[in-house]
Design a protein around this ligand. Structure first.
Ligand code: 5GP
Ligand code: ZN
Length: 112
């Protein structure tokens, strides 16, 4: 039995505020937003973290970045946004299903 909360969100077993969905990926607003706009984009296929990405997933990961770019234009933040992927507990990963945070609507400054 799959206990992954993000797989359950994809399946509709756990409710979410959906931003976008297609055959490869699902986007939904983060329940604890860290910016005025904060949503997550996940592959529908379960991968635990970025370190599990292989060449077989290259199309999906590239597609996710294209979806993020499309959403940034549609939602009006194409000029200023940040994409973050945490991999491993010490990097801040709390959900073991690969996800791309999309943050926008504020001045992030330089990355440090
Ligand atoms: P991480 O810390 O793993 O990089 O990010 C996990 C993110 O998932 C956190 O920002 C957290 O707020 C969000 N999150 C965890 N569980 C849920 C949930 O059930 N629904 C939604 N919408 N977001 C969640
Ligand atoms: Zn999962």
């Amino acid at each position: 039995m799959n206990e992954c909360v993000f797989c359950k969100i994809v399946d509709g077993e756990v409710p979410s505020k959906r931003v976008y969905e297609d055959g490869l990926c699902f986007a939904f607003f983060d329940k604890s937003p860290l910016a005025p706009t904060h949503f997550l984009v996940i592959p529908k296929k379960h991968l635990a973290c970025a370190a599990d990405i292989t060449e077989a997933d290259a199309m999906t990961v590239g597609h996710i970045y294209a979806v993020i770019a499309m959403l940034s234009r549609v939602l009006g933040f194409a000029d200023n946004y940040r994409v973050v992927t945490n991999c491993g507990a010490k990097a801040g990963q709390t959900v073991q299903h690969l996800h791309f945070h999309v943050l926008a609507g504020k001045d992030f400054g330089s990355f440090n």
